[in-house]
Ligand binder design. Structure first.
Ligand code: PLP
Length: 455
């Protein structure tokens, strides 16, 4: 007996033991731990295709792609084999001044996979989470201007309700009050402009563009970059942007000569119906942040891709101070890069992109009847990404009292019916894996609609 409580208690089942130890030892992210500890927990044991299976044998459709990262399902033979094969060589070696086979192959593959408007993004800086990819982009943009002799530039523009991860740099450009406000005293100052989402900003996208235009004009030569999640602000509430906003923003940043950072950590790799969100508007950002789906959702590899113009500003002798002093121990991890290669190969070999149109349409078709529901205020869909906003009063756009936890109740009902989803405040969020087969997608949509109608 070591007092850890790890032994089985009497005739306690394995499932009960794990649930007990989870509550004793694991501090879960983005989780109200008191409520969590008081409720009955699900412990995932395995995955099978598009389903997760818990320690009691119950199956759930993985309706949130295991937090927006899974692309092809779980235990995909091609990705499993690629990771096993890499394990037979080496699990990890550093990229600090040293190269590794899988990271080279992946960087070249990524550059080759870029659609025409993004073809200039040929240089890849690896990291290990979406937030790190964003930190890299922010620091890289800041240092880029120092390296080219424009040291007055230190400002960034970001969108209200934008989300870029939880490290302090990413939080500084994060606009989700509930997550970010508390940390205000620790952050650098950023300029926030209104979301261009029509439900939250009836003034429209042009108002947002004007705010950006004004800020850039008022502080000419002081901004490094505008950062945004292109097409849809995911964690801020699945806030879709009107068509044309991204293209106009790109024109504006060119006109004012500031960098555009596209955070495609959530939208990248097929979620929006194309490989990348920027592709929809023929936009090429100066920096592209990738994570989540990069490895098919298998392992923590992220990347910040940029252009030779930016990269070249960092070339020089060590004493010139141009070097980018940033990196993480597991930067470009070999197992992760092998998984990413296999996942990207699978996107193309399976013809996944060509199947997305029908699936996007299937999702839209199932959502349509909800439009008349008295407590559905707005339905937002961008490709395979969906947010259903629940309200107390549709006409007045009045939210429910926060304590009611309306979307949480719907999610619990969905989970009870075998669909794993996780809400954002009053928004029911759906994010199936792009490769999910149509019958499973139908089942997922039917459960969602039933859960909303029965809650
Ligand atoms: C757009 C966006 N950027 C960055 C992140 C942070 O990624 P990670 O959780 O891997 O740090 C997220 C996570 O949800 C995201 O949605």
């Amino acid at each position: 007996m070591n007092g850890s409580g790890c032994e089985l208690n009497g005739d306690e089942s394995r499932a009960d033991r794990l649930a007990r130890l989870d509550k004793l030892y694991v501090w879960h992210p983005f989780t109200a731990m008191r409520q969590y500890i008081e409720s009955e927990q699900i412990v995932i044991e395995s995955g099978d295709g598009f389903e997760l299976i818990d320690t009691r044998g119950k199956r759930y459709i993985d309706g949130f792609s295991s937090l927006w990262c899974n692309l092809h399902g779980h235990r995909v033979p091609q990705i499993d084999a690629a990771v096993r094969d890499q394990l037979g060589r080496v699990a990890h070696s550093t990229l600090l001044g040293l190269a590794s086979v899988p990271s080279i192959e992946l960087a070249a593959r990524l550059a080759g996979a870029m659609p025409p408007s993004m073809a200039e993004l040929t240089k890849t800086f690896f990291s290990d989470s979406g937030a790190s990819a964003v930190e890299v982009a922010l620091k890289m943009a800041f240092q880029y201007y120092r390296n080219i002799g424009q040291a007055k530039r230190r400002r960034f523009i970001a969108l209200r309700d934008g989300y870029h991860g939880d490290t302090l740099g990413a939080v500084s450009v994060g606009g989700v009050e509930a997550f970010h406000k508390l940390f205000g005293p620790l952050l650098f100052e950023a300029t926030f402009v209104d979301t261009p989402n029509a439900y939250y900003n009836p003034a429209g996208a042009d108002g947002t563009l004007e705010q950006i235009d004004r800020a850039l004009a008022a502080h000419a030569g002081e901004y490094c970059a505008v950062i945004l999640e292109p097409l849809i602000q995911a964690a801020g509430g699945m806030l879709t942007h009107p068509a044309g906003f991204l293209r106009k923003l790109r024109e504006l940043t060119r006109r004012h000569d500031v960098l555009l950072i596209a955070d495609e950590v959530a939208t990248g790799f097929c979620r929006t119906g194309r490989l990348f969100a920027c592709e929809h508007e023929g936009v090429g950002p100066d920096m592209l942040c990738l994570g989540k789906g990069l490895t098919g959702g298998y392992l923590p590899v992220a990347a910040t891709m940029t252009t030779p113009r930016i990269f070249d500003a960092f070339r020089g002798e060590p004493e010139e101070g141009r070097t980018f002093y940033h990196g993480h121990t597991f930067t470009g991890n070999a197992l992760g890069c092998a998984a990413a290669m296999a996942s990207i190969d699978l996107i193309f070999s399976s013809g996944l992109l060509a199947t997305l149109g029908d699936k996007v349409e299937l999702i839209g078709r199932h959502l349509r009847p909800l439009a008349d529901h008295p407590n559905v205020g707005d339905i937002r869909q961008c490709g395979m990404m969906v947010g259903i906003e629940l309200v107390r009063d549709r006409a007045g756009k009045k939210p429910f009292a926060p304590s009611r936890g309306s979307a949480a109740a719907v999610s619990r009902e969905a989970v009870r019916r075998g669909l794993m989803i996780r809400p954002l405040e009053d928004i029911v969020v759906l994010m199936p894996a792009p490769a999910m087969d149509s019958p499973t997608l139908e089942r997922m949509m039917n459960i969602t609609v039933e859960a909303i109608r029965n809650t």
